[in-house]
Design a protein around this ligand. Sequence first.
Ligand code: F0G
Length: 461
Amino acid sequence: MDFLSNVEPYRIKVVEPLKITTHEERQQVLKKAHYNIFKIPAEEVFVDLLTDSGTSAMSQYQWAGIMTGDESYAGCRNWFHLEEVIRDITGYPYILPTHQGRPAENILMAIHLKPGISALGNMFFDTTEAHVLNKGGLPIDLVIEEGLQTDQDHPFKGNVDIDKLEQTIKRLGREKIGIIHVTVTCNNNGGQPVSMANLRAVREVADRYGLPFYLDAARFAENAYFIQQREAGYASKSIKEIAQEMFSLADGCTMSSKKDGLVNIGGFLALKDEQKYRQAQQFLIALEGFITYGGMAGRDLEALSIGLREVLDQAYMTNRVRQVRIFGEQLLQAGVPALQPIGGHCVMLDMKRFSPHIPQEHFPAEALAAQLYLDSGTRACGLGQLAFGSEDAQTGQVHYSPLEVVRLAVPRRVYTDNHLKLVADSVIRIYEERNKLHGMQIVWAPPVLRHFTADLAPLQE
Ligand code: F0G
C-alpha cells in the first residue's frame, strides 16, 4: 500500500459531541467518584480510553444491518448470516452465540474443569480467571519471560513459554490439566501478539498429552495482522488467511465480539467437537438463551456478522495499528516508560518506572489515572496492585501484582489522532512533574475484583 495507508480509510458521518469541563469541575467529579475512575459518569469524560471493549464505532453497513434484525425467538435469519461468517473465518462447525465473551468462557470452563484441575495459558484475562476459579480450577500463566519485561523488545511477547508448558504438565500430571487456553492478542501485557510458530508448538504439546487447546480470540484479527507484519512467511498472506490458520491449530475458541467484532455487544463459543457442542448447548440455554440468539437481539447478530468481515480489511487494520503505535511512540519519544513494543489495542504505562517513589501498595496506577482525569478529562484504567494484588489486614503481608500499569485502550474507529495527541501531551506533562504524584489509599474495597468498585483517597491532598 502507498501513503494512503497512513490515513483513516473512512470519513465521519455522525458525530457525538463531547462535553468540555473545567479543572475545578473535574476535581468535584473525581471526589464524588471516590477517586475511582470506574465511578465517573461517562459524560464527564473527554477522551475515554478505559477500554476498547464494546466502544467501537459501527459502519454504515452495520447500522443498515441493524434494520434487518429478525427478532424471532428461534432460527432468525441474522443467526444464519453470523454462523456462516464465523464458520468461514474459524473453520469451526459448531457455533454458540453469547451476549459477550465471559459467558462463553463460563461454558467452556464448565465443560473442561472441575475442582483441583488446572487451566494453562499465556495470561488469563480477569473474567476468564474468575471462571476457572469458580469451577474450582487453578489458572496458570505461562507467558514467556520477555512478556513481563516492560522495556524489552520482542515481536511476540504474548507467546507461551513452551518449555514451561511441558514442564508444568509433567509436574502436575496430565490428568490434573483440563484445558490450554491461549489469549490472542495477550491483553494483560498490552495487546502483545502470539506467533503462528508458538501456536503450532502449543498444538504439538497439546497433542502429545491429549489436551484440549482453545483460543481466547477477542483480538484475533489484530494478532493475525502482527503475524503478517512480523513473522517470516506471512507477508503476502491476507489477514483472513492468517486468522484461518490460527484457528485451525486450536480445538475451538471463546470470543468477546466487543473487540475485533467491531460491535457494542456480543460474543460466541465455537467448537470442533460435536459432543462438546451438545454439552455446551445445555449450558447456553440455561444461562443465555436459545441456541440461535444466546442473549443477543437479531439486529446485534447482524451487526456482528458484518463487523467480523470489516475487521479483516487490510486498510482498516493497517490504520488501526498505526494509530495506536503513533500514540505510543509520542510517549516513548518523550521518555515516558510505555511498554515496548506498542501493542495492538492499547498503550500501557509502566508505573514501576514512571513513579518509582510510590510503592505498589500505595496504588501508583490509580494515582496516575486520577491525575490524568484531572489534567485533561482522560479516562484510563489502572491494572496493578488494586486489580491483581492483595494485602492481608491481619499479617500485613502484601501479595504483589507482577505488573503495575496504566492502560490507555484505544476504541476502534472512534477517536482521531488529535484526541490521542491531547492524551499524549497530558501524560507527558504529568510525567515531567512526576515527583508531585502522590499515592492512594483504600477507603473501602470488596475482597475480589476490587478495582471496579473500591473507594479511594489520596494519601496527601
Ligand atoms: N478475553 C479477553 C482477552 C478480554 O480482553 C475480555 C474483555 C474478555 C475475554 C471478556 O469479554 O467483556 O465481552 O465478557 N476485556 C475488556 C477489557 C473488558 O477492557 O479488556 P467480555
